[in-house]
Design a protein around this ligand. Structure first.
Ligand SMILES: Cc1cc2nc3c(=O)[nH]c(=O)nc-3n(C[C@H](O)[C@H](O)[C@H](O)COP(=O)(O)OP(=O)(O)OC[C@H]3O[C@@H](n4cnc5c(N)ncnc54)[C@H](O)[C@@H]3O)c2cc1C
Length: 440
């Protein structure tokens, strides 16, 4: 069994926590309550669903194990970008056809626009910066395929990506011995995810939904014409339920979830502020969101205060020796990729869970055979935009303003069980070894 039910500690020592005055604690659920809809999880997905539902007149509560933004939504790299699946555009076309693949990419773009619009409408300064994302070829041979990829994206999706040679990279402030060229895709922007998720929580409260903190849902069962959600100090009865726990979901809430998601750790380090000399020593002065072309990719960006955020995959197990090994490996990758900063210490280091689905695509919809229970999860490490828009769409499915078949096809298939679920982490270890070898 996966160790998912361990009570999490509420502060994680992240840079994002340090960047806000305080993370508000909502009152714990005490006693019993009745709502139209109960949402499990106060991240981008659950909050976005709750916001839309409350605005449509439903009575809504959110039951959150810790606090708003406790999960990945308050821990991520702040890349508001395309993504949400582990399938690339070629695979999407093969599996779903060109029209559905286009619809799905347009949905991702709409997700980015939704986040930008929210921040504007709510007048939130979430430290946004830069335009688009750059993919950096980590091997010389990957550079050759970037030109083909740019042509493919333009022809099939109308995306005008730009290829950068090694000389372009050096001239534009993307210096590093391991970068051989790049592809800039002009969608997305960077933000402080904690500022965004806290603002989203405020909007949810303003819209009249109730958020209960420190209220992990421990059981979910049918109770007459409603669902009953058990917490430590009470229970909620609701006609509809939204599962938005993603990489933090408990596999017995409901039992249907068992074996259908794979929580995978991702880790981030943030350095102290770098001086102008240090930036020029490394030749990295751009603030664009950057990832490399590895399967087990690294993601990084210069923050507005001159610190450098460096993210990579986490370990397999959530125990101190494994976490120490993970930090060591991440640090070693950082020093190899940015050797001029090998002496620069990291002020912050933390990790969190992303959620992988067997189909490698997310699910947004009603769970088959469990009328009134809906799920929105499986963003594959790219959920800032994708979970935001999908929470909103899920609310549309619940109120009936949207039909399941109107969503892009890659979002429609309910989560399937992994084979031999109890061994998922061992398979993951094997996959990491294989991908490490492929990435060489
Ligand atoms: C280190 C890291 C870096 C990342 N970087 C990026 C990035 O740069 N760009 C990007 O797009 N995506 C990134 N992601 C992924 C992105 O953060 C997630 O996909 C997104 O935040 C998921 O939002 P969510 O609302 O679905 O889930 P979460 O934000 O994980 O929220 C789920 C919530 O549910 C709660 N919960 C779960 N079970 C229960 C229960 N039984 N009862 C009560 N509460 C429960 C949890 O406490 C948690 O707060 C990153 C993720 C990590 C971990």
């Amino acid at each position: 069994m996966l160790q998912q039910n361990k009570p999490p500690s509420a502060t994680i020592g992240s840079y994002w926590e340090a960047s806000v005055d305080n993370v508000r604690s909502d009152r714990q659920l005490m006693g019993n309550a009745l709502f139209d809809v109960a949402v499990i999880g106060a991240g981008f997905a659950g909050l976005s669903a709750a916001l839309k539902l409350a605005q449509s007149g439903a009575s809504v509560c959110i039951l959150e194990a810790e606090h708003v933004g406790f999960g990945a939504s308050g821990r991520n790299g702040g890349f508001c970008c395309l993504g949400g699946t582990k399938l690339d555009e070629h695979q999407l076309i093969r599996r779903f056809g060109l029209d559905e693949a286009r619809k799905f990419v347009a949905y991702q773009v709409a997700g980015i626009n939704l986040v930008a619009q929210r921040l504007k409408d709510w007048n939130i300064d979430a430290d946004c910066h830069s335009n688009g994302e750059i993919y950096l070829a980590h091997r010389a041979r990957d550079l050759r395929s970037l030109g083909d990829e740019a042509a493919f994206l333009k022809e099939n999706f109308g995306i005008k990506a730009r290829v950068l040679s090694k000389a372009d990279l050096d001239a534009e402030g993307y210096g590093g011995p391991g970068f051989h060229g790049g592809l800039h895709v002009p969608y997305g922007f960077a933000l402080n995810p904690m500022k965004y998720v806290l603002a989203l929580g405020d909007e949810v409260r303003r819209a009249g939904a109730r958020i209960f903190g420190k209220s992990p849902v421990t059981g979910l069962s049918r109770d007459g014409d409603r669902w009953r959600l058990e917490t430590e100090q009470g229970f909620v009865r609701a006609k509809k339920v939204v599962l938005a726990g993603n990489g933090y979901a408990r596999e017995n809430v409901p039992n249907w979830l068992y074996g259908r998601t794979l929580p995978v750790m991702s880790s981030i380090q943030v350095t102290r502020p770098l001086s102008a000399d240090e930036l020029s020593d490394q030749g990295w002065t751009a603030d664009t969101m950057a990832v490399d072309t590895r399967i087990l990719l690294h993601y990084f960006r210069l923050l507005p205060d001159g610190r450098f955020l460096f993210g990579t995959r986490g370990g397999i197990f959530d125990n101190e020796p494994a976490l120490a090994a993970m930090r060591k490996r991440a640090r070693s990758d950082f020093e190899t990729m940015f050797p001029a900063w090998a002496h620069v210490e990291a002020d912050f280091s933390w990790h969190g869970n992303v959620c992988i689905a067997r189909s490698l695509t997310p699910f947004v919809g009603e769970i088959p055979g469990m009328e009134g229970i809906y799920a929105a999860m499986g963003w594959h490490g790219s959920g800032v935009a994708m979970a935001s828009i999908s929470g909103e769409k899920l609310a549309g499915l619940i109120t009936g303003s949207l039909k399941q078949q109107e969503l892009p096809a890659p979002l429609q298939a309910p989560l399937r069980k992994f084979p031999l679920p109890a061994f998922r982490k061992l398979f993951l270890q094997g996959a990491y070894w294989f991908y490490d070898w492929r990435d060489r």
